[in-house]
Design a protein around this ligand. Sequence first.
Ligand code: FES
Ligand code: FES
Length: 162
Amino acid sequence: MEITVRVNGVPQTRDVEPRLLLTHFLRDELRLTGTHWGCDTTNCGACVVRLDGVPVKSCTVLAVMADGASVDTVEGLAHGAELDPVQEGFVTCHGLQCGFCTPGMLMTTRALLDRDPDPSPATIREAISGQICRCTGYENIVRSVRWAAERTQAEQQSEVAP
Ligand code: FES
Ligand code: FES
């Protein structure tokens, strides 16, 4: 069936099988391979994208369920050459090693900061509790998200300062 999904702001129309998963729609149909495919069983969180702003595990969503919706992937996180603060935080605080979990972590934590700009470490850990990282031990991921939150707040304060 034909579906149209707005992916990173661009409408994408494809004829897909009803059983096609959103992960495979993104990776195989659109060649957006930044969304990783790990377990295929809703466990690892490497496949997280935002569906109408809400982080979802795209291996658990059929592509047809996204018909008419907006999907944001890690490819759309930066603004041109300017990295999102979450991306900067992961680089600065060494929030990744192999990087396999990173796209999902970035999309989940971007959604967290959009709804809670100043999350505690406990809140961050709860937000990423559906993501598995085999490398970092999570400490640096939590630091990365806190760095992004503090950087965003500092930028906002400098914008309103006289
Ligand atoms: S591939 Fe979707 S949760 Fe692991
Ligand atoms: S950085 Fe390797 S799995 Fe997270």
